[in-house]
Design a protein around this ligand. Sequence first.
Ligand SMILES: Nc1nc2c(ncn2[C@@H]2O[C@H](COP(=O)(O)OP(=O)(O)OP(=O)(O)O)[C@@H](O)[C@H]2O)c(=O)[nH]1
Length: 375
Amino acid sequence: MAIGTALLVGYYVYSARQQLGADYTALVGDIVRAQQTAPQLNHALESFIDEPFGLHLRQIHHTLWLSEQYLEHVRHGLQQHPQLHRDTAYLEGDLSLLGEQLIELEARAEAALVDRSLLPELQRLSMDIEATMAWAYSELNTAVHSAAGRQRLIMQRLSWAVTGLVLAVMLIALTLLAAVLHLQRQRNTLKMLMLTDELTGLYNRRHLVDAASRTLTDAQRHQQPISLLLLDLDYFKHVNDTYGHPAGDDVLRKVSQQLCNISRATDIVARIGGEEFCLLMPNTPVDDAENVAERIRHAIAIEPLTHLDRHLQQTVSIGVTTSLNGAQSFQQLYSLADQALYQAKALGRNRVESVLPTSPVSQTNETHHPLEERG
Ligand SMILES: Nc1nc2c(ncn2[C@@H]2O[C@H](COP(=O)(O)OP(=O)(O)OP(=O)(O)O)[C@@H](O)[C@H]2O)c(=O)[nH]1
């Protein structure tokens, strides 16, 4: 739309460029001054006819000289405005005739000074000149004014077109901005969907792995401890089997909420499998990690869970491990936390167990990917 309007405005400016740039001020001044020479010439001739002396003849000479000068200016001015020149082409003959008549009048006035019988003829010629001047200059005046009127109209249309163009460009800019914002929102939503778990809103395993490698690098750089908690709900299958899948979903959401409430803003809480969760705790020594694990275990165990007015009991087993300085890889830490979780399950569930690296870099023999689903 903007391109179409711009092309239209361009074409309009191109076709109207002669009229747009025209300045008729000088020409109007010349026409007015040329018109004023008619009464001056008439006055000089009347004085000469009353008293045909040299003084009045000189007045005629002077007025004729002025008339010729202004006539010349007017004709030159017309040539400066090609469009106006074409519009007034029909006056070309009258203006040429006027030039010739002015020259003839001069000659006849000279002759009448010697032979007074030529005075009536001089007077007739003077009346002819006056009539030609009145007609030609009044026509020119009208033509110039209508050209100026057309020029104003063009300017008005152009300002409308430019306003339309500016509005169209603004509209396009706003539409583009809205489209970009929409795309940005879609991108963010997509990103969120890719990094979060739909049921609980927690981060998913993909984000956990990415974030863990960054967090471990930081821990190593600053020589800070980092802890990892693996949580697995106890006998969760029983909840599903007894109360149904929606009840199980409800429990998963509530446990997620507990994890978020107890963890710090700098911790990363993720759901990594069906009823498995992970809590990565930067800058946290093993004692603190065990305390947090114990608080989580306790909070879940005492949480009054209900579904359709039926009371549910849910507990969680937690495996804890800690790297003293971020020297271990995430895979190694995950494997140690998994061993601790296995112990917690084996020792009766609803408990916290820890397994720590034996040396700065754990020599674990785990070969499977740490985030493979527990069978
Ligand atoms: N409601 C619900 N259940 C799920 C979801 N994902 C996995 N589960 C269920 O979680 C249960 C996990 O069962 P098991 O792996 O046998 O573990 P468990 O029953 O918790 O036993 P232990 O872990 O040994 O204490 C299965 O019944 C799965 O169907 C989910 O998104 N929603």
